[in-house]
Design a binder for this molecule. Structure first.
Ligand code: ZN
Length: 286
């Protein structure tokens, strides 16, 4: 939606600039975000600034102020890429960096519709975890990219459900060819090329947690917003993170479900009502 984008000042587009983000959440002023535009032209820089600002707004709408005092967004132009954002990664350090390859020739709307920026920014809301728990890192970002797109009205409820369904199906199929305990497969995800099993088993875990929290009048996004204001560390373990989220949500569900998922050999099954309940909650007004 167009109204969620800050209008850039057209007279000022240096190669590297900062935007001071105003937030309606826990603090009046959020992180300072540096965007390194690489060698993009002035027009393309304007488009990229609109896209990144809108992406940050969208993620903050669901998850609260971006964690950390400073965040760097580095754009690397790939003029011949067949999609707007062919590759991206989070590089963690004293200042967390989101590095995105972009083909700036694509229209702004294609950037807004692309999931990648929402996924990478969502990563920043939980710590970097041990490799056997890595399914939590990728699952969280994979689930949240869809929540963020739904809540900020980039996609509607039907598209949200369809995206989750097709992702879960990719995870289910990948589980057949990448057997073993989820924690073991996760520990060796790159060599085993078990991305879809790891990403979507993790997404399924957070969907299951969110379903349970919604039934208690809470939500995963609300728990994460609280976690971001009290407890977020740069690194942790899956078990420790689950205990902290349990303390915030006043449950033991995160820890017990985490142990069950770590050992699980199969891929979770979801009912249509579960997906519908999640979609309905996050498509409501904030
Ligand atoms: Zn990721």
């Amino acid at each position: 939606m167009q109204q969620m984008f800050r209008q850039p000042n057209p007279s000022f587009f240096p190669l590297i600039f900062s935007i001071l983000l105003f937030s309606g959440f826990t603090v009046a002023y959020g992180s300072e975000v540096d965007i390194d535009m690489g060698d993009a032209s002035a027009n393309e820089q304007r488009k990229m600034q609109q896209w990144v600002s809108g992406g940050i707004n969208a993620v903050e709408l669901s998850l609260g102020t971006l964690p950390g005092r400073n965040i760097k967004v580095e754009l690397v132009t790939k003029p011949y890429a067949s999609e707007p954002v062919p590759f991206a990664q989070v590089i963690r350090g004293r200042t967390n960096k989101v590095k995105l390859q972009v083909n700036t020739a694509w229209p702004l709307q294609d950037f807004i519709d692309d999931w990648t920026l929402y996924h990478e920014l969502s990563h920043l809301y939980i710590p970097y975890l041990d490799f056997p728990s890595f399914w939590l890192n990728e699952g969280f970002a994979t689930y949240m990219q869809n929540i963020v797109m739904l809540k900020s009205k980039v996609i509607d409820e039907a598209t949200f459900i369809q995206k989750l369904r097709s992702g879960l199906e990719r995870g289910r199929l990948n589980t057949i060819t990448r057997p073993g305990k989820l924690s073991t497969v996760s520990n060796d995800m790159w060599r085993k090329r078990a991305y879809m099993r790891v990403y979507w088993s993790g997404a399924a875990f957070f969907m299951e947690m969110d379903t349970a929290l919604l039934q208690q009048g809470n939500s995963l996004a609300a728990v994460i917003r609280q976690y971001g204001t009290c407890c977020l560390a740069a690194e942790s373990s899956g078990q420790a993170l689950m205990e902290e989220l349990d303390a915030i949500a006043k449950t033991t569900l995160f820890s017990s479900t985490y142990l069950r998922y770590s050992d699980r050999l199969d891929f979770p099954i979801f009912k249509a009502e579960q997906l519908a309940a999640i979609a309905q909650h996050y498509s409501g007004e904030p």
